[in-house]
Structures are given as structure tokens and as C-alpha cells.
Design a protein around this ligand. Structure first.
Ligand SMILES: Cc1ncc(COP(=O)(O)O)c(C=O)c1O
Length: 324
């Protein structure tokens, strides 16, 4: 038999590497390289779980259009799987997102609708509201709805979490996750609570987002303007798919520290991560340096950095944004 796979077979089972050239205090810091997924992000896992569950439940039929609101990566996973399975994809993307993501989505045939980044969740032009309305009005459409669809955390409980547990032979002291829809942190929290209660689950939050204050039980302040520049994480509401029950700690990282960190990671480790991994790795490094005994700490490079070369890795762009 020839050894031929489809792109769907390549989703998940991503490698973990150890940080070698940065100050991790007494700890071992491991990075799970989710950019190795075929749609180049962690969201391929979610897209696959959502689509295959919808197929089993009869919600996707021949010629169906999959609709989603996304910062880009979920859209990419959905569009890729839709292509392989013969569905269409229509995605509502925030206008602050990287243009290369949009070009990539267009290249694989997704229909794109741009939405404002500067309106809150109650506004009719909020990207989720636009996607929901489209799905309500369009016949033979399916709203993937990563913010309410429980296939999202389930994907991480069934795949991401056991992979981490097995890759570290069950010895995981802490996992640092970003929070967008909350799928990753909730699925991982549930799995580790059951299989390794010693594992501390930590949120990495962009400055301006409400997740850290929610974890700490503080008063929630309204978001100013478009918020933060890192893509895919940070929230202005608590999605149905976010369960903070197992999250005991959170760090707040501003854009300047996040972008400096991804550039340090590229320079020191040779890993070109997406903008959010600056927030995650900066949080993980803070946690590692606060420890007094050796711990195994895991975080993610959630997507591949090539699409951010003209922004996060470009001095002129950082100067323009006042964060060099
Ligand atoms: C680019 C990107 N998207 C999404 C997420 C997390 O997403 P969610 O909370 O939706 O699982 C991350 C997490 O770090 C991320 O880096």
C-alpha cells in the first residue's frame, strides 16, 4: 500500500520542543508546536471536531456552507477541511487581523467578510453577530460557532491534552494557555483535572482583555478602542466554551512585551511563532522564573509566524504601532 495521507490525517500529534537558550529559572519549559498542523494553527483540531460532529448529527449535507466568525485561524481550519470534504466556507474576520491570513484564506477558496474590531459584543456589527445573522438567513448553511460549540473544548480534551500528558510521560506541573474562545484552556483543564490534578492551569492574557480580572474575581473594566495587537487571544466577553473552573492563575502581558518575546524566541530558539505566542511564552517565562524548584511547564506556539513576517517581525510596523 502506498503511504499517502490526506491533510486531515495530519491534524494533531504535533511535536513538543524544549526551550534551550532562554532564562527559564529552575524549570524546563516546553513548547507544543501547533503551527505544524496543516492549516498552520491549533484551530485545525477544533475545526475537525466541529465538522465531524456536525456530520454525525446530520447538520452538514451535500453542498452545505460552513459559516464562522474567526480571528483567522479557525476559519483556516474550517476552510481547509471544508475543501477536502466538499463543503463551502464563508468567514467573518476582524479587520485588525493580519492581511496574510486573509490572502491565505482566499487562496484556498473561502469567502471573506470583514468586520469591525472596534465594536463590542452587543453591537449588531460585532463579527459574531454578523456570522450568526448570515447563518440564520442562508439555506443549507451551518454555523460552526466556536464560541458556543462544545466540540471546541472537546477537541482539546480528546487530542491536545492527552498528547501533552504522553509526551511528558505524565509529569506536567503547569500548562500556560491563551484564551480566545476558551476551548484550549477548558478542554485541557478538564483532562488534567481528571488525569493529573497536580497540573496547574494558567491563563495568558493580553493587557486590556477581561480574562485575567475574571480569573482573579476583579471588577471588569470596559475595553478601550480595538484593545490589543496580538491575534487570536484576549476577550471582551466570557464565551459559553470557556470554563475557568480549573484555572488558578493568570498573567497580563502588554503588546510590547508580547512582540519582544516572540522576537526573542525566534532569535534564541529559531522558532517563528505567531503573535499570540509572545503572550503565552512571556507568561510561561514569568511563571518559570518565579519557581524555586524544578518544574515541567508547557505552553504553545499556537500558529506559524510566517504570516506575521511583515508585522510582528518587521521593525517598521512595530515602530508605526509604537511598540518597538
Ligand atoms: C492564534 C491563537 N488562536 C487561538 C488561541 C486559543 O484559543 P481558544 O481559547 O479559542 O482555544 C490561541 C491560544 O493561545 C492562539 O494563539
Amino acid at each position: 500500500m502506498p503511504n499517502v495521507k490526506t491533510l486531515i490525517d495530519l491534524i494533531g500529534n504535533t511535536p513538543i520542543v524544549q526551550v534551550k537558550n532562554m532564562d527559564t529559572g529552575p524549570c524546563n519549559l516546553f513548547l507544543k508546536l501547533e503551527g505544524n498542523n496543516p492549516g498552520s494553527s491549533i484551530k485545525d483540531r477544533v475545526a475537525l471536531q466541529i465538522i465531524e460532529t456536525a456530520e454525525r448529527e446530520g447538520k452538514l449535507k451535500e453542498g452545505s456552507t460552513i459559516i464562522e466568525a474567526s480571528a483567522g485561524n479557525t476559519a483556516m481550519g474550517l476552510a481547509l477541511i471544508a475543501k477536502l470534504k466538499g463543503y463551502k466556507a464563508k468567514v467573518v474576520i476582524l479587520d485588525k487581523m493580519n492581511k496574510n491570513k486573509i490572502l491565505h484564506l482566499k487562496a484556498i477558496g473561502a469567502e471573506i467578510i470583514m468586520a469591525r474590531s472596534d465594536v463590542g459584543p452587543d453591537h449588531p456589527e460585532h463579527y459574531i453577530a454578523i456570522a450568526k445573522k448570515l447563518a440564520d438567513e442562508m439555506p443549507n448553511s451551518f454555523f460552526a460557532s466556536q464560541f458556543t460549540n462544545m466540540s471546541n473544548p472537546l477537541a482539546h480534551e480528546l487530542t491536545t491534552a492527552p498528547e501533552i500528558y504522553n509526551q511528558l510521560d505524565g509529569d506536567v506541573d503547569a500548562i500556560v494557555c491563551g484564551v480566545g474562545s476558551g476551548g484550549t484552556i477548558s478542554g485541557i483543564g478538564k483532562y488534567f483535572n481528571e488525569h493529573s490534578p497536580k497540573t496547574v492551569i494558567i491563563a495568558a492574557d493580553p493587557k486590556g482583555s477581561i480574562i485575567k480580572d475574571t480569573v482573579e474575581g476583579n471588577e471588569i473594566k470596559p475595553i478601550e478602542g480595538s484593545g490589543w495587537l496580538v491575534e487570536g487571544i484576549g476577550e471582551d466577553f466570557i464565551p459559553d466554551t470557556l470554563n475557568l473552573e480549573y484555572v488558578t492563575k493568570a498573567y497580563e502581558i502588554d503588546d510590547k512585551e508580547a512582540f519582544k518575546t516572540i522576537r526573542d524566541v525566534a532569535y534564541n530558539e529559531g522558532i517563528l511563532g505567531g503573535s499570540s505566542c509572545g503572550t503565552l511564552i512571556a507568561s510561561a517565562l514569568r511563571y518559570c522564573r518565579e519557581q524555586v524548584v524544578k518544574k515541567n511547564v508547557v505552553t504553545f506556539v499556537c500558529d506559524n509566524g510566517e504570516k506575521y513576517l511583515d508585522t510582528a517581525y518587521n521593525d517598521n510596523w512595530l515602530k508605526e504601532k509604537n511598540i518597538l
